[in-house]
Design a protein around this ligand. Structure first.
Ligand SMILES: Nc1nc2c(ncn2[C@@H]2O[C@H](COP(=O)(O)OP(=O)(O)OP(=O)(O)O)[C@@H](O)[C@H]2O)c(=O)[nH]1
Ligand SMILES: [Mg+2]
Length: 283
């Protein structure tokens, strides 16, 4: 049997849905897939977040993570493989600063400026996570692509983050052909809120990722663009602070994650397939 070890890097800007995705995945493994998988070294805070979602509340924003924090390991019962999820927190401003072209170009490409504060610690974390990982996942917040009037705009910062990180993967891992490219998964979160607005998901997603796809589609090996919802359904909560009525969407327990475990299964399948391919080619 081929054993696989996957080190998965989870990239996503602040509020892109990393914590909800991680909590929903933990919930799915424990509830629905516990015959095939178990969890190892789950951070306590993730299990607390599952409870929070089940009580109808969103997790509070995660405090800055330590370096390359392991969120959890997912292990197959037959020990044929395991997947380690790691992430880092990237504030929205940091993503904009590092990856968006400014007056003096893109900081990410500027060997001198990326060594200066406040960029340096983030650059170091990103680079170290790239070096450690053999599968990459980008979580994309669809909200970033809507104007106040709810029209689709292009959130260049998330798109450029993907493009630049992929660029860095190619150069740091000396990738000279799509065959050697690690698997990459783009996942749009919170899809319960957006599915009706964008019924043609593929078309929507490619518009949002137009820079990344324009530059890198030819360089990518195995990749997929998916969507998920960590909670499946929400309820509307109206709060009245005396002056205005605020409308919010909150989880509507029990949660029913959609498309979450599928991201894990895609990763495992792709890595297994590529192992089989290597074997066939005598590698
Ligand atoms: N409707 C809906 N909203 C979601 C879902 N997942 C996340 N959200 C919304 O997005 C917000 C941010 O989600 P988090 O999981 O906390 O995002 P994060 O990337 O961990 O954010 P930080 O910890 O601040 O970096 C939540 O408070 C919800 O408002 C989902 O599945 N459905
Ligand atoms: Mg979080």
């Amino acid at each position: 049997m081929t054993a696989i070890n996957i080190d998965l890097a989870l990239f996503g800007q602040k509020a892109s849905g990393k914590t909800v995705y991680a909590a929903a995945l933990v919930y799915e493994i424990q509830k629905r897939y516990n015959r095939s998988y178990y969890l190892r070294s789950v951070e306590d805070y993730i299990e607390d977040r599952v409870a929070e979602l089940q009580s109808g509340e969103w997790p509070s924003s995660t405090q800055a993570f330590a370096d390359d924090q392991v969120i959890f390991d997912i292990v197959k019962h037959d020990n044929s493989g395991h997947v380690t999820y790691r992430t880092i927190d990237l504030p929205g401003e940091m993503i904009a600063d590092l990856f968006m072209p400014g007056l003096h170009g893109v900081i990410w490409h500027d060997g001198h400026r990326r060594k200066l504060n406040p960029y340096r610690p983030y650059v170091e974390k990103i680079v170290s996570l790239i070096d450690k990982s053999n599968v990459f996942m980008f979580l994309i917040d669809p909200k970033g692509n809507l104007t106040n009037s709810e029209r689709l705009v292009f959130d260049t910062s998330q798109d450029l983050m993907c493009a630049e990180v992929i660029d860095e993967i190619i150069s740091r891992k000396n990738i000279d052909s799509p065959k050697k490219m690690p698997p990459i998964l783009f996942v749009f979160t919170q899809w319960d809120l957006y599915q009706e607005k964008f019924p043609d998901f593929d078309n929507y997603a490619r518009k949002v990722l137009h820079v990344t796809m324009g530059i890198h589609e030819k360089n990518l090996g195995a990749y997929a663009i998916m969507n998920c919802s960590g909670v499946g359904k929400t309820r509307i909560v109206k709060t009245n602070n005396g002056q205005e009525v605020k409308i919010e969407y909150k989880p509507n327990p029990p949660i029913e994650p959609k498309g979450v475990a599928e991201t894990l299964f895609w990763v495992i399948k792709i890595v297994l397939d590529s192992k089989k391919g290597e074997k066939k080619n005598g590698g």
